[in-house]
Design a protein around this ligand. Structure first.
Ligand code: NCD
Length: 317
């Protein structure tokens, strides 16, 4: 595969990516799934390259999988937590970016609580930038790993009906998935209480349901979202008990979906809030563990594709 199939310097979001670009990335990731399952998990493709993970928000899966992805491709990977950096001393986002830029890195993976912050930063640095999640805006690598997980189980994305359920209002995962699934020809439903579904979401080409049983009828894929308390200003749900009763995924609501419908969750899960352990741990129906595995492969594919644009020192630009 050449870089022509992915002519972007950064990966800031799914919005704007076409189906060929998404497919090229997923196809490349398939190869990395095999590499990750083999004994020798390491390649030297990115030897001499430097990847910095700059995280201004907590993360388990995304940060670890970017670290593993970089290391398995032979890059030097450095993790920076904002809490331990000069950001705590008042350094601005741009100053931090310029400082890192001066160190000749190749890829900067950034997670930030403000929507748009990663794009702003990408305009100031010379390296490739990957959005590891910006506020409630986008989380492109999560949507790509979700797509790879679905494609491997269902064969294709096109023609499927996918329900995205819960705290859609605060979810960057929901937004990136809506863009990706629409681009790939899936039908998307959004399910949640009125307080947690933005009124204008139907403009993104989704069907909105406030009754979970109706919304889940005959769907192929159920994506559950975490209640994002940290982004809430005010009360959005009356009580956890009531939320679970109406919008928590349990056996009874799952029975509305197709008999072979699969369950997904980006993690971290709030068991007993948006999902019952009984269905989350169902080995036949739940793809939650597989999503984590696909996360490493997809992030390897992203690092691979984006570094193809950056000449090695000594090479002509
Ligand atoms: C998601 C995130 O941070 O946006 N988690 C993740 O990356 N696996 C979803 C969430 O925090 O609920």
């Amino acid at each position: 595969m050449t870089q022509d199939c992915f002519p972007h310097r950064h990966l800031l979001g799914i919005q704007g990516l076409g189906p060929e670009e998404i497919t090229a990335l997923l196809d490349l990731a398939e190869g990395y799934v095999l590499q990750n399952r083999s004994l020798d998990k390491r390649k030297n493709l990115l030897r001499g390259r430097t990847v910095i993970n700059l995280f201004f928000e907590n993360s388990t899966r995304t940060r670890t999988s970017f670290e593993l992805a970089g290391k398995r491709l032979g890059a030097d990977v450095i993790n920076m937590q904002a809490a331990a950096s000069s950001v705590q001393k008042g350094e601005t986002l741009i100053d931090t970016a310029m400082t890192l830029n001066a160190m000749h890195l190749d890829v900067l993976v950034v997670r930030h609580p403000d929507s748009g912050a990663v794009k702003l930063l990408s305009e100031k640095v010379n390296c490739a930038v990957i959005n590891g999640g910006d506020g409630s805006h986008e989380h492109p690598t999560q949507a790509l790993l979700d797509a790879l997980t679905i494609r491997r189980r269902k064969g294709a994305l096109s023609g499927l009906t996918v329900a995205i359920c819960g705290d859609v209002l605060h979810s960057r995962v929901a937004r990136s998935n809506i863009y990706l699934l629409n681009a790939m020809g899936a039908r998307v439903r959004v399910i949640g209480p009125r307080t947690l579904v933005p009124t204008a979401i139907d403009r993104l080409g989704v069907e909105v349901f406030h009754d979970m049983r109706k919304g889940l009828a005959e769907v192929d894929v159920i994506m559950m979202l975490r209640i994002q308390n940290e982004r809430m200003r005010g009360n959005f749900i009356p009580s956890i008990r009531e939320y679970f009763h109406f919008f928590g995924l349990d056996r009874e609501k799952l029975a509305m979906a197709k008999p072979d419908a699969v369950i997904m969750h980006p993690g971290p899960m709030n068991r007993g809030v948006e999902i019952d352990s009984d269905v989350a741990d169902d080995v036949e129906r739940s793809l939650i563990r597989e999503q984590v595995e696909m996360g490493v492969a997809v992030r390897m594919a992203c690092l691979d594709l984006l570094t193809r644009h950056i000449p090695r020192s000594g090479e002509a630009v």
